[in-house]
Design a protein around this ligand. Structure first.
Ligand code: PHE
Length: 352
């Protein structure tokens, strides 16, 4: 993965190495312009530390755009714990605590939460050393997992996108391909199923797919190798990023791309590539904002449940605005969404 440090318009990056395990622990603060940087702590194994750093910085940038477009008084950051495979439970806990102390040292400039590879119990552990953590368990004074709200936001995004493309929000008879059925993808699949969508479910963990399929009527399994070339109405990337690339986009046989994964575009040209191919792309940082809306809304701003639901439904309205701007200007939907971020942040904070 190549990454140009110069092109990153963020504020700072903290990199620590744990010499005992070889793990790297990184915190990138992309922007604190609109408020404290918020973003999850991702735990994952990477091929190289450079890959981990690039991921951390890009994800932090995505959080800046996500909070800005969602209208939250918060900025964007992210943490990555790049761990060696097969890390022991003890070493994992120690790394998390060290990370939590660094979050504490930042004194509230960064507030973290769960992301890929971390969950509620990890947030409880971080919570023993810092108060700057979202989504601790209810028993520990947190608001619990935000995943149901992320999934609800993606559903609102799918409904808005099919309304724009087809003229109806109804999901019955629509085929949705969900790639990645983890915390958010599985919840999204359940929501789609109750609305009568036909589901194609794919995950590298075949047993997880089989389990979900036995529970959901109208769902069938799809081999992970066949995701891109399979015909569907909506392709919903809900796992790793960079699945939309020069290599995959020409294969796509969908009409819309709306999913929960962060950083779905492999490169800066890919949004335009999708547009030229006649595929409507819901910018990831708009469609997947439900979790952070819920976390900041309930834990920082003390919004009511109704207010949070209204803000999550507004993801759909925002997307309709983005689609109209894109069609009016001929710019990609990602470019149109970045313009909204820019209106709130100032041009210097947004990558060209
Ligand atoms: N991990 C979430 C994302 O990538 C952000 C998040 C952070 C959600 C903290 C809840 C709490 O959007």
């Amino acid at each position: 993965m190549s990454f140009e440090l110069d092109a990153w318009r963020g504020e700072n990056v903290l990199v620590n190495r744990d010499l005992r395990t070889g793990a790297w622990s990184m915190i990138a603060l992309h922007s604190t312009r609109l408020g404290p940087a918020v973003g999850g702590t991702r735990m994952k194994s990477y091929a190289t530390a450079d890959d981990a750093l690039a991921d951390c910085m890009r994800l932090a940038e995505g959080m800046t755009y996500k909070t800005a477009v969602a209208g939250l008084p918060a900025g964007g950051g992210k943490a990555v714990l790049a761990v060696p495979p097969g890390l022991s439970a003890d070493a994992r806990a120690r790394l998390l605590l060290d990370h939590g102390r660094r979050v504490a040292d930042l004194g509230g400039r960064f507030v973290t939460g769960p992301d890929m590879g971390t969950g509620e119990t990890d947030m409880d552990l971080l919570g023993t050393v810092t108060g700057h953590v979202f989504c601790r368990s209810l028993a520990n004074g947190g608001a619990g997992t935000a995943s149901p709200w992320t999934a609800a936001g993606v559903l609102a995004a799918i409904e808005a996108t099919i309304q724009y493309e087809i003229g109806s929000r109804r999901l019955d008879g629509m085929t949705v391909l969900v790639q990645g059925i983890g915390e958010v993808g599985a919840r999204l699949a359940r929501l789609l199923s109750t609305r009568g969508a036909r589901l194609l479910l794919s995950d590298i963990d075949q047993r997880a797919v089989d389990r979900l399929i036995s529970e959901l009527p109208g769902a069938t399994a799809l081999d992970p190798g066949r995701v891109y070339a399979t015909e569907c109405d909506v392709y919903s990337p809900c796992a790793v990023g960079a699945t939309l690339s020069q290599a995959t986009i020409p294969q796509l046989r969908c009409r819309m791309v709306v999913g929960a994964a962060n950083n779905q575009l492999a490169g800066a040209d890919d949004a335009e590539r999708l547009r030229r191919q006649g595929i409507r792309y819901a910018p990831d940082f708009v469609a997947n904002a439900g979790g952070i809306i819920r976390a900041v809304g309930s834990e920082t701003l003390h919004w009511s449940d109704d207010e949070i639901d209204a803000r999550i439904a507004a993801i759909g309205t925002t997307l309709l605005d983005i689609y109209e701007r894109s069609d009016a200007s001929g710019a990609s939907t990602a470019a149109a969404a970045l313009r909204i971020a820019e209106e709130r942040l100032g041009a210097d904070a947004v990558a060209a």
